[in-house]
Design a protein around this ligand. Structure first.
Ligand SMILES: Cc1cc2nc3c(=O)[nH]c(=O)nc-3n(C[C@H](O)[C@H](O)[C@H](O)COP(=O)(O)OP(=O)(O)OC[C@H]3O[C@@H](n4cnc5c(N)ncnc54)[C@H](O)[C@@H]3O)c2cc1C
Length: 221
C-alpha cells in the first residue's frame, strides 16, 4: 500500500522526549480516523525510507489529526519525527487497528509510555460525549507526558492515576475498573502483559481493547 504525503501543521513538546505532531488529513475521499486507531508514518532517514506505526491522540481527528511520539534516542524514526518542523511532509498510510473508540459510555484507559496519546484522545472524547466522570486513565511512565491535558481531565471530574514505571498496576486497575467499563490498553509488550494480568486479577470479565506497540524500548541507565 502506498502512503499519502501529508503536511506537518504543528509540533508541540508535550513532555520529556515526547512530541505531539499535528498532521493534515490525507485528501483521499472519505478518509477518517477514530481515536485509538493508528497510522503508518514514513519519512526519509538518511538514504532510507523508514515507516513506523503511531496512534491518533486527538479526540476529534476531523480536519487534521494528532499523533503523540515518544522519542527513542536509539531508534531510527522517532528522533527524525521529533525534529520535524511545521510545513514539512511525511507519508501516512492507514488508518489501521481494531482497538478504537466506538462511543462507549464508561471507559478506563490503561496507558504505558506513549500509550498516553490514545488515552488523552479517548478520554477527552468520552468527557465531551458522556461526561468526564465516566473516564478513568491509569498511566504508567517515569517521565509522564501530556500533563496539561491529563490535568484538565482530572479537573473536569475524570479519575487520573499516574504511576511511576516501577509501581505495580494492580491496585489502580482494581480501583478503577467497574463492571460497565470498556477497558482500553495501549503500550509496549511489558505494559500490555502487566495490564492484562492486572485486569484478570481484578475480575474484569469484559473484552479489553488492546493495542500492543511492540518490543519494550531500552530503559535509561
Ligand atoms: C500498533 C502500534 C501503535 C503504536 N503507536 C505508537 C504511538 O502512538 N506513539 C509512539 O511513540 N509509538 C507508537 N508505537 C511504536 C512505534 O511504532 C515505534 O516502534 C517507536 O516509535 C520506535 O521507532 P524507532 O524507529 O524510533 O525505533 P526503532 O528503530 O524501531 O528501534 C527501537 C529500539 O529497538 C532497538 N533495536 C533496533 N534493532 C535492534 C536489534 N536488532 N536488536 C536489539 N535492539 C534493536 C533500537 O536501538 C531502539 O532502542 C506503536 C507501535 C505499534 C505496533
Amino acid at each position: 500500500m502506498e502512503g499519502t504525503e501529508v503536511m506537518v501543521e504543528d509540533m508541540l513538546d508535550v513532555g520529556s522526549e515526547t512530541v505531539a505532531i499535528e498532521l493534515s488529513k490525507p485528501e483521499a475521499d472519505g478518509w477518517e480516523i477514530t481515536p485509538g486507531q493508528f497510522v503508518q508514518v514514513g519519512a526519509s532517514v538518511g538514504d532510507s525510507f523508514v515507516a513506523r506505526h503511531y496512534t491518533v491522540s486527538s479526540p476529534y481527528p476531523d480536519g487534521s489529526f494528532e499523533i503523540t511520539v515518544g522519542v527513542d534516542p536509539e531508534g531510527e524514526l522517532s528522533p527524525v519525527l521529533a525534529d520535524l518542523d511545521e510545513g514539512d511532509y511525511v507519508s501516512v498510510d492507514g488508518p489501521f487497528g481494531r482497538a478504537y473508540y466506538e462511543d462507549e459510555e464508561d471507559v478506563v484507559v490503561l496507558a504505558g509510555g506513549p500509550g498516553v496519546g490514545p488515552a488523552v484522545g479517548i478520554g477527552e472524547r468520552v468527557a465531551v460525549e458522556h461526561g468526564a466522570e465516566n473516564v478513568a486513565v491509569v498511566y504508567k511512565d517515569d517521565k509522564p507526558a501530556h500533563a496539561e491535558r491529563l490535568g484538565t481531565l482530572d479537573d473536569e471530574g475524570a479519575t487520573v492515576e499516574i504511576l511511576e514505571a516501577d509501581s505495580p498496576l494492580g491496585t489502580a486497575v482494581a480501583d478503577t475498573v467497574g463492571e460497565a467499563s470498556q477497558v482500553f490498553v495501549y503500550g509496549f509488550n511489558g505494559f500490555v502483559k502487566e495490564a492484562t494480568e492486572a485486569l484478570e486479577k481484578a475480575g474484569y470479565d469484559g473484552e479489553p481493547k488492546v493495542e500492543n506497540f511492540g518490543p519494550d524500548p531500552p530503559t535509561d541507565g
